[in-house]
Design a protein around this ligand. Structure first.
Ligand code: AMP
Ligand code: MG
Length: 352
């Protein structure tokens, strides 16, 4: 399949009538899959009503069929067509954070969306993205758009059109290239169908920000905290975000991390390091990537997946990644890094 590349400026007027958007929307209406930028990462979109369209998402990504997709909408009225009920809590969160990087779980109306989207669950995950290109594309198609991240399953999510091309060129109808995505990590996923809201996946909208809106404490799902109980978001059990080389989270001083690097390199192992701006100078390795300042976690989030992909391009044998404080967006950064590492940690205190 020849994958079309549409370049679109996100700040032009009247994006809904922009020829590239109109053409990409037509592909969606024709049950083809199209990648597009959102404010989190690039999504791989398909008509959420159509089994034929949604099946192509799973095929192109190599995604397990029991991992449901998030449905993207551009207008509030679309939500009412898809769900049985919007709880009071959900209404408050929608008012505060939509359009934006917050996905909410709702009880779904049966028989409307393709069953493939929800993987047999009686709930559906929905969000309204804030990226102008995503909104224009969804509005122009007139459809709810099922869209997971536009990467091969298991790889780091794409934050540029080039990342999408690396993974999916020839496997999808087209890519709308709108430049780099904003946040760099996938949306926060929140289940507020029960009495107490539960964060199934941390993201840019933090626990603290949502607690202010609901005047209510919320909890993180046990799998987010690294515990082994079976996950409530089915996708959370799968390997994710992984570079080709094994990645270890290293929790300790940089002099100790450098001693680990030295030991491995003396054994002939090519070592990559994901370091903060503040500490990168301490490392002598085959590839040291600066993933941003500890004082600016939003910038670390934005560059994280691009950095993980760079290790693949350089072909290191082993990666050591520094750890970040689990506060604010740091919770989401560490959630993704822990998954990239398959929860493999090395602690300085264990070694001394
Ligand atoms: P991605 O498509 O990579 O953004 O991942 C979407 C995440 O949302 C996965 O972890 C899914 O398991 C989760 N998800 C989607 N639909 C539901 C649902 N109905 N209930 C719980 N989690 C869901
Ligand atoms: Mg994904």
């Amino acid at each position: 399949m020849n994958t079309i590349h549409w370049s679109v400026e996100k700040n032009v007027d009247n994006l809904d009538r922009y020829p590239q958007i109109v053409e990409a929307a037509q592909y969606l209406s024709d049950d083809q899959v199209v990648a597009f930028p959102t404010e989190t990462v690039y999504g791989l979109g398909a008509n959420a009503y159509s089994d034929k369209a949604v099946a192509q998402i799973f095929a192109a990504k190599g995604r397990p069929a029991d991992n449901p997709l998030i449905v993207h909408i551009a207008e509030y009225q679309q939500l009412e067509k898809l769900v049985i009920e919007v709880s009071e809590q959900a209404k408050l969160l929608i008012k505060a954070f939509w359009p934006g990087p917050l996905t909410l779980i709702f009880p779904r109306k049966p028989g409307i969306l393709s069953e493939l989207v929800t993987a047999g669950l009686d709930t559906v995950a929905i969000r309204m993205p804030s990226h102008p290109i995503a909104l224009a594309l969804i509005r122009t198609s007139g459809l709810p758009i099922a869209a997971p991240s536009a990467n091969r399953s298991g790889k780091p999510s794409p934050t540029t059109a080039q990342h999408v091309e690396q993974d999916l060129s020839g496997k999808i109808a087209g890519i709308v290239d709108g430049g780099a995505a904003g946040v760099g990590l996938e949306s926060t996923v929140l289940d507020c169908t029960g009495q107490k809201p539960v964060i199934l996946r941390p993201g840019d909208i933090t626990k603290e920000e949502m607690e202010v809106v609901l005047s209510n404490k919320m909890s993180l799902a046990s799998n987010v905290l690294g515990k082994s109980e079976s996950p409530r978001a089915p996708g959370m059990k799968y390997k994710h975000y992984s570079p080709n080389a094994p990645l270890y989270l290293v929790d300790g001083e940089s002099t100790w991390i450098q001693s680990l690097i030295k030991e491995k390199r003396e054994q002939g192992v090519k070592v990559g390091v994901l370091a903060s701006t503040e500490t990168k100078i301490a490392y002598d390795a085959d590839l040291v990537l600066d993933c941003g300042s500890r004082k600016n976690l939003a910038a670390v989030a934005r560059q994280l997946y691009d950095n993980l992909r760079k290790f693949d391009q350089t072909g290191v044998d082993l990666i050591f990644a520094e750890v970040f404080p689990k506060s604010g967006v740091g919770v989401a950064i560490m959630n993704r890094l822990e998954k990239a590492a398959g929860h493999h940690w090395i602690f300085q205190k264990d070694q001394s």
